[in-house]
Design a protein around this ligand. Sequence first.
Ligand SMILES: *[C@@H]1O[C@H](CO)[C@@H](O)[C@H](O)[C@H]1NC(C)=O
Ligand SMILES: CC(=O)N[C@H]1CO[C@H](CO)[C@@H](O)[C@@H]1O
Length: 570
Amino acid sequence: MMVVSTVLSVMAYDYPPEKLAVYLSDDGGSELTFYALTQAAIFSKHWLPYCRNYKIEPRSPVAYFKSASRPSNTKHDQDYTNIKKLFEEMEDRIENVMNNGRVPDELRLEHEGFTEWDSFTSPKDHAAVVQILLDQNEDAEGHSLPKLVYLAREKRPDHFHNFKAGAMNALIRISSKISNGPIILNVDCDMYSNNSDTVRDALCFFMDEEKGHEIAFVQYPQCFENVTKNEVYGGSMRVLREVDFHGLDGNGGPLYVGTGCFHRRDILLGKSFDGESRIDWKMENDHKETQENTTEELKNLASCTYEIDTEWGKEMGLKYGCPVEDVITGLSIHCRGWKSVFYNPKREAFLGVSATTLDQTLVQHKRWSEGDLLILLSKYSPAWYGLGKVTSGWFLPFAYIIVSITAFDYLEFLRCGGTTKGWWNDRRIWVYKRTSSYLFALIDTILGSDLSFVISSKVMDNDVQARYEKEMMEFGVSSPLTTTVATISMLNLVCFVGVVMKSMLMDKVTRGGYYETMAVHVVLCGVLVALNMPLYWALFVRKDKGKIPDSVTVKAVFHALFISTVFFFL
Ligand SMILES: *[C@@H]1O[C@H](CO)[C@@H](O)[C@H](O)[C@H]1NC(C)=O
Ligand SMILES: CC(=O)N[C@H]1CO[C@H](CO)[C@@H](O)[C@@H]1O
């Protein structure tokens, strides 16, 4: 239903439908997703007229029905009841099929596309599926509908698939044969459009008479509807969104962050900036003749072997070989002379779901930081330009820097609408990411392991959901990342308790001298212990399923005691 909502919300953009085409890339190659999309196609014939007639927002049906109140106008109310019924029926059908685990034979007869799955071996080993579900169709009131296309590219065990970048590139090729629109919007399936004017807004930048011809892409921020008040996993990225990316706007523009981004197709395909030529939008439009393609031709474009000996993944399309394919693709576009725009309207344009457990947060950041590290170690690394600036052994300048950075960070966070507790949580996640996600990413990068990135699942059960809403940290699973975090915080606790006990055994004078030399250590350690409170709670006090598993507790305590004993005898 999440995918269906995303698709319907972008089909319902307030824009001439004959100029819109929506493509779903299903890299899982699942007939269940295909079934859901056939149902979305049918429902769209009623949903789009409803959106148009009553100018409703948001146009994701799930979000709309969650927030809408019953209309007061009788005609509208009747239509509301009808459309809600249709929607709930669709939801039931899709959920039945999901619970079943497969599409029943009688439903498979409804669409010839299901025969594609007859030859399926597994999600990792299958031929390409390209199905055009809507093409020059009309809705229930006789208006055009946008095109709707399903794609699952070919996957074979002996061909590396290059993750999301590979899927996007296949999609770019397929769409160039079917609709070939000059502007491409890419949205992750866990986000939906919250504003039906977004396409027109984005086009304003591209069509600007003075600067428009320099713009390669328009990036919207990632916003999440699932962030709780105090952001227990620091997931809202609010400072990034409200400050940092705006700052980048002054320097050629923001990075491409992989979702909520409008690209010019020709630039994504590798075009360099030549300074002068302006786009003739009128021409671009007339240009868009749709070719007749046979299914075989289309499938060939999404085959495993199509890219061999081509520039795809290097000079064309999204770049391969980096876990943050989006960032490096954006940087390479900037290197070719283009600019980008960060647009952060007050009413958020795309809303998604953010990570809801600690493990998800850490895994996600491990992947991101691994990619960023690869960029840092590359020959274009920004770091080489910032070397050799601060070389003072004095304490005061360092203290000054630490205090002012922290104060600055805190004020920035408040200024962007965060809470004090939210900032404190953000600091905690900051420490955890640095001692686990980034550490593991560093090791993976040095060992050159295979960019194995684990997709974080965002499906929650009810318990997890309830704890998430109470802002209780969710551990639950035992993973190397959580074990590391737990061990380090145990070590903080042991050290802190050790130092305090040791000082209590001293006489007054010795104690004074002791604290004089150790003051900073004790304060730092104390801050870490305070920051780690929820973790100690999860280690020793909590009884619910989201607590730290006993195996991790045992390991953490053992490691911490072992390390401190070794240092004690040294
Ligand atoms: C989403 O759009 C609705 C209008 O449909 C608006 O009221 C709401 O504030 C938007 N959500 C966010 C988070 O901006
Ligand atoms: C706190 C919050 O917004 N929770 C929501 C997270 O997302 C799920 C499903 O999308 C909703 O059911 C929750 O209400």
